[in-house]
Design a protein around this ligand. Structure first.
Ligand code: NAP
Length: 244
C-alpha cells in the first residue's frame, strides 16, 4: 500500500487532503504541532473508515530535527513514503511598517523552512524508492503579493522557487514536485478576517464565492495520481478566478 504524509493535517485544508488521499487508497500519516489538535477530533476515524491505515505524528515542521525524527518514524511504521504534501502554514498579518522581526521569522520558519526540512528527509526516502510525489501549498499571496502579508507572501513565493528547484533536482529519480496556490478558502485561517475584509475579497473573485477545502483536495489528488505522471514544476492556482 502506498503512503501519503500531510503536514498540518488535523484540520482545514490538510485534513481534507488527508481524507481525499485516503479515499484514493493511500495509507495516511497525519501531522500537527500539538497532541491537542487530535483530541476531540474524529479525523483519524474518518480516514480509517476508508479501509486504510492512519496514524498521527506530533511534530513542529519548522524544527529540523523533529522533521528528521518524524520521517524516520513514518518510514518505520509504513515502510514507504510515496506522497508528501507540505501543507502546514500560519499567518501573522500586519503592515510591513509595523511588522515585528518575530512575526517575520516565525512565518518564514513555519511556512518556508518546513518545506526544506520535510522535502529533504522525505525526498531522501523517495530518491531511494526512485518514485514519489511532492505537493506544496503556496498561495495567491505568493504569486501576486498581498498588502498586510509581507511575511506570508515572502514564504509562499519561496515555495514556488523551491517547487521548481525540487522538480529539476529530483525529476530524473521519478519524483514530481508541484504546488497549488489557493485563493480564499473557507477554513479557520480565513475565518479570522472581518466582515468588511470578506466583502472586499468577494468582489475580486470572478466566481463571487470562497472556495471549499474539497476544491483544493481534488487538485492535490490529481497531482498525486497516475494522470499527473508527466506534470512537474507547476503551480496551479485554485482561486475561482481571483487573479486574471
Ligand atoms: P489552518 O486551518 O490554520 O490549518 C493549518 C494547520 O497547520 C493547523 O492545524 C495548524 O495547527 C498546523 N500547524 C501550524 N503550525 C505548524 C507547525 N509548525 N507544525 C505542524 N503543524 C502546524 O490553515 P488552512 O487554511 O487549512 O491552510 C492550509 C495551507 O493552505 C497553509 O499552508 C495555508 O497557507 C494555505 N492556504 C490557505 C488558504 C485559505 O484560504 N485558507 C489560502 C491559500 C493558501 P495550529 O492551529 O495549532 O497552529
Amino acid at each position: 500500500m502506498a503512503t501519503a504524509v500531510i503536514t498540518g493535517s488535523a484540520r482545514g485544508i490538510g485534513a481534507a487532503i488527508a481524507l481525499r488521499l485516503a479515499q484514493d487508497g493511500y495509507d495516511i500519516a497525519l501531522n500537527d504541532i500539538s497532541e491537542a489538535m487530535f483530541e476531540d477530533n474524529d479525523i483519524v476515524e474518518r480516514i480509517k473508515a476508508n479501509g486504510v491505515l492512519c496514524e498521527y505524528f506530533v511534530a513542529d515542521v519548522s524544527n529540523y530535527s523533529q522533521c528528521e525524527q518524524m520521517v524516520k518514524d513514518i518510514k518505520a511504521k509504513f515502510g514507504t513514503i510515496d506522497v508528501l504534501v507540505n501543507n502546514a502554514g500560519i499567518t501573522r498579518d500586519g503592515l510591513l511598517a509595523r511588522m515585528s522581526e518575530e512575526s517575520f521569522d516565525t512565518v518564514i520558519a513555519v511556512n518556508q523552512k518546513s518545506v526544506f526540512n520535510m522535502t529533504k528527509f522525505a525526498g531522501s526516502v523517495m530518491m531511494k524508492q526512485r518514485s514519489g510525489r511532492i505537493i506544496n501549498l503556496s498561495s495567491v499571496a505568493g504569486l501576486w503579493g498581498n498588502a498586510g502579508q509581507f511575511n506570508y507572501s515572502a514564504s509562499k513565493a519561496a515555495i514556488v522557487g523551491m517547487t521548481k528547484t525540487v522538480a529539476k533536482e529530483l525529476g530524473s529519480r521519478g519524483i514530481t514536485c508541484n504546488a497549488v496556490a489557493p485563493g480564499f478558502i473557507s477554513t479557520p485561517m480565513t475565518d479570522k478576517l472581518n466582515d468588511a475584509q470578506k466583502e472586499a475579497i468577494l468582489r475580486m473573485i470572478a466566481m463571487r464565492r470562497y472556495g471549499t477545502v474539497e476544491e483544493i483536495s481534488g487538485v492535490v489528488s490529481f497531482l498525486a495520481s497516475k494522470d499527473a505522471s508527466y506534470v512537474t514544476g507547476q503551480v496551479i492556482e485554485i482561486s475561482g478566478g481571483l487573479s486574471m
